[in-house]
Design a protein around this ligand. Sequence first.
Ligand code: AMP
Ligand code: MG
Length: 419
Amino acid sequence: MNNFEPGCTDIDESGLISVKDALSRILSDVPVIQGYERLNIEKARGRTLYEPVIAAINVPAFTNSAVDGYALCSSGLPVQGECRLEIGGRAFAGIPYNGEIKSGQCLRIMTGAPVPEGLDVVIMQEHVVNKDNAILIDARHQAGQNIRKAGEDIQQGQTILQTGKYLTPPDIGLMASLGIAEINVTRRLKVAIASTGNEVFSLGAAPGAGGIYDSNHYSLLTALDRPGVDVINLGILEDEPASLLKSFHEASDYADVIISTGGVSAGEADYTKTALQASGQVEFWKVALKPGRPLAFGKLNHAAFFGLPGNPVAVMVTFYQFVMPALEKMSGTNNKPIAPVFLAKASASLRKKPGRTEILRGIIEQDERGDWLVKSTGQQGSGILSSMSLANAFIILDHESPSIKAGEWVKVQPFAGLL
Ligand code: AMP
Ligand code: MG
């Protein structure tokens, strides 16, 4: 965060910052965190590798048979016609054959069994005639066939996973194939979350007149329930500048990221703004985005601060558009599987104002041809959380995009892999 300098240059004459500029500002300001923890590999899914993984052995470790069949020396293969070979021994996966295979003989061998030195071809059992402890083979076979050579997958000394790798199940299996039981991964990100608002009540309390339940806490808590994140709950903070500032400063002593919701607009009761404006380290943006126009971003101590809007849908939209990419950068991950954005055909027209990004909640489905269709979930107000719950994708109408007519293509971002 050392390069964070308040004084935003990306804001246009109308006082708005585009989604693209806001995101690039955020991504250039947040740091990659330092520090690691050691984990058993089975706990490492979704974590970030802190150091490269170097193969200490070959994989496969020994040359072995790819099929059930018969191994022999290629010099014994017939050039034409057939030849008869006596079965001189048997090798199984885990039970090598240590005897000798003489000229005129072959070795009965099962998949995964070591191929002894001197034998260089394996013939599938389906391609031989087996009779009286001997086989008949024909002339269609070649040296090297059906043999998995030592090191053909991974060679000893090879860097097999790079620092920053987002660890997936095949990576975990790959490490196991190298005999690696523990690895160093980037430590967890400490993310503190707070709700603000005198009208906001926790579950179990009885909101009086004008009171509402704290839904933002639960949507954020569960959105953050992912590998590599530890959530610290700051609870519901009172709309009072001094106590807000105190809570945020305390959190900034130990958190990498602080996320608050509410209080960042320009209303008389937007105390998050009042409290933090004076600190000089947090900026209050009007993002050209619907929903999610007011957004605070900056740092407190060493913590990145995100002041999200209060409306529940705006919280979700700004979290996935701005906070998630920042968390990914901070964790050092450099190749997380891509959550795709693709084009779907609008089933009905979609109204859009020029000069801002609009993110609608939509339902995508495939037609008989396999084309993707999308429709809006209906009411799109930033307080209508059911519009998000009904949806399976965001509909992204970019800054420059005009209104969309039925049958036109629009960008969609499925929730699968994102939420
Ligand atoms: P604010 O930005 O603080 O003015 O909040 C905007 C709207 O979001 C208001 O209607 C708030 O009551 C509502 N809101 C704020 N915080 C929460 C919360 N934690 N859970 C549900 N709604 C909230
Ligand atoms: Mg408020």
